[in-house]
Design a protein around this ligand. Structure first.
Ligand code: GDP
Length: 185
């Protein structure tokens, strides 16, 4: 399904203006500049459709993309914005999540807050380490283990941490296959 054309079809700031959920949805969350837009681009190979930028916090609205009328990818704004708006925060809970974590920086307090939120609502989620090309492979593995350890106390089953680089393409196919599998597509 990820080989298909990615089509932007809606942008919204509050859940009341979300498009009707007719397709399975996967939402991508993470701190600003974590590499979210780049990952969406790499996953779908539609360079340039999701805007990437060096300026943190520029993705302010929640953007909806359709893939071959089978899957909906949702680009959530950086935490800075979303945590300020209660409605947006609430709307996150309805979506299945991919939590992106910068490999070099690790989990931030807001990431743990989101994990707690997802645990409370029993929302399935996948942690994805981004920009793995920026550190040595051993440090990527170390970071993954550290996160896995820190999440052990949580009750719900946490999938093994996935690792990607949108720049080199490492891990992108795995993530794509994983998402396709979990969504039975
Ligand atoms: P967003 O704010 O989370 O959507 O982040 P972007 O996708 O806009 O990326 C933020 C910055 O990180 C941009 O300068 C990207 O070129 C860079 N970036 C994104 N992914 C990678 C990656 O896998 N490796 C490296 N080295 N840089 C990346």
């Amino acid at each position: 399904v990820f080989r298909n054309k990615l089509e932007f079809f809606a942008a919204a700031k509050i859940s009341s203006s979300f498009p009707p959920p007719t397709l399975p949805e996967i939402a991508f969350a993470g701190v600003s500049n974590v590499g979210k837009s780049s990952l969406l681009n790499a996953l779908t190979r539609q360079w340039g459709i999701v805007r990437t930028s060096d300026k943190p916090g520029l993705t302010q609205s929640i953007n909806f993309f359709r893939l071959a009328s089978k899957l909906c990818l949702v680009d959530l704004p950086g935490y800075g914005f979303a945590y300020a708006k209660e409605e947006v925060k609430e709307s996150w809970q309805e979506l299945k999540k991919c939590l992106l974590v910068h490999t070099k920086r690790g989990m931030k307090p807001l990431d743990y807050e989101l994990v707690d939120l997802m645990e409370r609502h029993k929302t399935p989620y996948q942690i994805v380490l981004t920009k793995t090309d920026l550190v040595f492979p051993i440090d990527v593995a170390r970071r993954a283990m550290e996160i896995q350890e820190s999440l052990k106390k949580n009750k719900s089953v946490v999938n093994p941490v996935m690792m990607v680089s949108s720049k080199t393409g490492a891990g992108i196919r795995n993530l794509r296959d994983d998402k396709a599998e979990t969504d039975h597509l």
